[in-house]
Design a binder for this molecule. Structure first.
Ligand code: AMP
Length: 119
């Protein structure tokens, strides 16, 4: 089965959650944390990740509906806290779509004009 469909306890984001490697955190609560992407694609590039090590959106089901809604609301909050008037939220799902870390994450990207469609 693909990586993004199976449970992955130990990714680099798992290590960030456990405090084993540093991250520039901008938000944390009982369900998720948000921190700056180490390779920013724009002046503001944040990642919102659940504490639950779900590998991807494809691994979610109706039991995760509240968590997924919470991640989006936190994405909007950290974007506004960063001073953004508009931003892009991205969830890459599966290697073919560019996912490289198999722990669900929402990218929040802004601070420059963004083109559409993306590559
Ligand atoms: P994706 O390609 O959608 O899986 O996104 C993974 C993101 O995680 C990339 O934008 C990476 O730059 C970012 N990333 C990888 N390792 C770290 C890290 N240690 N701290 C912060 N961001 C990271």
């Amino acid at each position: 089965m693909s990586d993004h469909l199976t449970r992955q306890e130990d990714t680099i984001f798992g290590r960030i959650l456990r405090g084993e490697i540093p991250a520039d955190r901008v938000h944390e609560d009982d369900l998720c944390i948000a921190f700056r992407d180490v390779q920013p694609q724009a002046p503001v590039h944040l990642l919102v990740i659940p504490r639950d090590p779900l590998p991807s959106l494809a691994a979610c089901n109706s039991s995760h509906a509240a968590l997924l809604g919470h991640l989006l609301l936190v994405a909007a909050r950290v974007a506004a806290d960063a001073g953004l008037e508009g931003w892009r939220t991205v969830i890459n799902t599966g290697a073919v779509a560019g996912q490289t870390v198999f722990h669900l994450h929402v990218h929040v990207i802004g601070g420059r004009p963004l083109q559409w469609p993306p590559g």
